[in-house]
Structure formats: C-alpha cells, structure tokens
Design a protein around this ligand. Structure first.
Ligand SMILES: C[S@@+](CC[C@H](N)C(=O)[O-])C[C@H]1O[C@@H](n2cnc3c(N)ncnc32)[C@H](O)[C@@H]1O
Length: 260
C-alpha cells in the first residue's frame, strides 16, 4: 500500500495515518525522533527485543514493522556480528583480540556474545556520538565493563590509540555520503593489525521496506549495491584481493569486508 504512494502524496498520506505517528508506535518513534535523529540506540534495541505496544491501536503497526524485511535484516545483522565474534574467538586460541565497534548503539551483539563466551579473550572499544547510547550500553553491559572501553565521540574526529584485529560497524555508514564513507574506510583501515579485518554494514539497493521506512518512519538512508561498496574500498586504496561483500540471510543488509 505504502509503496504506491507518490512523492507528492506523502504529506497527505501521513495525515491519514497521523493517529499512529506518535512515539508510542515504532514507526511513530522513528517519525517523531525523540532523540533527534533516525536509528538511535532505543529504537534499534526495541527491534532486537521485538517490542510491541500492548495498546490495541498501536499493536498491529508494531507487528507490521517487525515483519518488515528491513527490521528482520537489522536483527539478522546482530546474529551475523555474534557469528563473526565467535569465529575470532575460536581463532584467538586464548590470546587477546582487539575489537572496535563504530556507532555502537545499545551494544546488544557484544552483550549476547559475552553471555555465551564469558571467558573470551576479546576486548572491545565502543565508539558512539550519543552519550545516551553510551549510558544505556554501559548499564546493559555492566558485568563486562572490565573488557570494554567506551568513547563518546564522532567517528570522523576520533583518533584510535591502538590497532585492532576487527573493526565492526553496522547501521552507521549508510548515513554517510560516499566521500565520507571512503574517508572513514581509509582512516580506520590504518588501525587494523596485519591479518585483521574491517566489516561495514550498509543497506542494499534491494530493500523491499525502503518506502515504508521513508514514508512512515521518515527514515532515509543511502542504499548501496555490492559493486558500489567494493568501489568505495578501491577508492580507499585497498587492494582488490582484500575486498569482498557478504550479507545477512535476506540480502537486505550488505557488509563490505576488507582484510589487512
Ligand atoms: C542505527 S544505530 C546502530 C547501533 C549498533 N551498531 C547496532 O547495530 O545495534 C547507529 C548508532 O551510531 C551512532 N552514530 C551516528 N553517527 C555517529 C558518528 N558520526 N560517530 C559516532 N557514532 C555515531 C548513533 O548514535 C547510534 O547509536
């Protein structure tokens, strides 16, 4: 239904559904942006939790958003992050491995990983611009703060003080223009250890829920193809043999993976 709405009809369509475009529904939370921007830690955590407002008027809209491809892909990418941490954990053979997460949000993937692997030698640095995200993530991960360092900083300005075996970022680079994407890729690639990898998520141009998110959630992202993502890595000066693109099971979220 929403897919058929033309650009010039967006405002009148939003008026028709205005009774649900308030922070009590997930679409409305995205639309009204109580934290000032789309894709804050709070809504992402609600996606992970499958939260549904018990109020009858809101419930069906929350079920609708959770059933969407985009939200399923967001939940899938958390599972993918945990799988990647698990592989690094196996490879580590008990030796310390440094992981950095750019745009770390609620830090739910790391929490779930550590719940399953409490003795893991993985050590994490988290970077997020929003101090409310940092406060939430610290409280959530309070059992594991001995192996987590939090930085309340902008990825563009932050300068790491060490190298990493893995740099992971999901839900961040698809807010950046191409030139900023390339700049950040080039910058953080310098902070990878030999044999390390950087994995960056980005919504695919094939996203069946794009229009729902844009119209009902006022949530706009740069959608990119695998070829475009590979092109960014080439522009960042990374050798072709070190570049590939992986995806979560739906293929709605792609991940540029570059190795050092
Ligand atoms: C969509 S959330 C993704 C959170 C987490 N990576 C996940 O997948 O669960 C994006 C996060 O990036 C943070 N963020 C946005 N722009 C940023 C920037 N320029 N520097 C650092 N963090 C940023 C936001 O505050 C938010 O917590």
């Amino acid at each position: 239904m929403v897919d058929q709405v033309k650009d010039e009809e967006i405002e009148s369509f939003r008026k028709k559904v205005s009774s649900i475009l308030h922070p009590g529904t997930l679409f409305g939370f995205s639309y009204t942006k109580p934290f000032g921007y789309s894709g804050d830690f709070f809504i992402i955590e609600k996606f992970y939790q499958g939260y549904v407002n018990p109020d009858e008027k809101c419930r069906k809209w929350d079920h609708f958003i959770h059933a969407s491809g985009a939200v399923t892909a967001v939940v899938n990418r958390k599972t993918l992050a945990i799988d990647i941490f698990e592989k690094l954990n196996e490879k580590a053979l008990g030796l310390r491995q440094d992981v950095m997460i750019l745009g770390s949000g609620p830090v739910t993937e790391t929490f779930e990983f550590l719940e399953r692997n409490p003795d893991s030698p993985l050590v994490f640095e988290m970077l997020d611009l929003d101090k409310r995200a940092i406060a939430y993530a610290k409280n959530k991960n309070r059992k594991y703060l001995d192996r987590m360092t939090f930085h309340n900083a902008n990825v563009i300005r932050f300068t790491p003080t060490r190298n990493f075996d893995l740099i992971w970022s999901a839900g961040l680079f698809d807010y950046f223009k191409g030139k900023h994407f390339v700049y950040l890729l080039k910058k953080y690639y310098e902070y990878l250890n030999e044999g390390g990898e950087m994995i960056i998520g980005n919504f695919n141009i094939e996203n069946p829920s794009r229009r729902n998110m844009e119209i009902l959630g006022d949530w706009f992202l740069y959608h990119r193809s695998a070829e475009e993502l590979k092109g960014f890595a080439t522009q960042a000066g990374i050798d072709e043999s070190k570049i590939d693109v992986i995806q979560e099971p739906l293929g709605i979220n792609l991940f540029l993976r570059v190795k050092k």
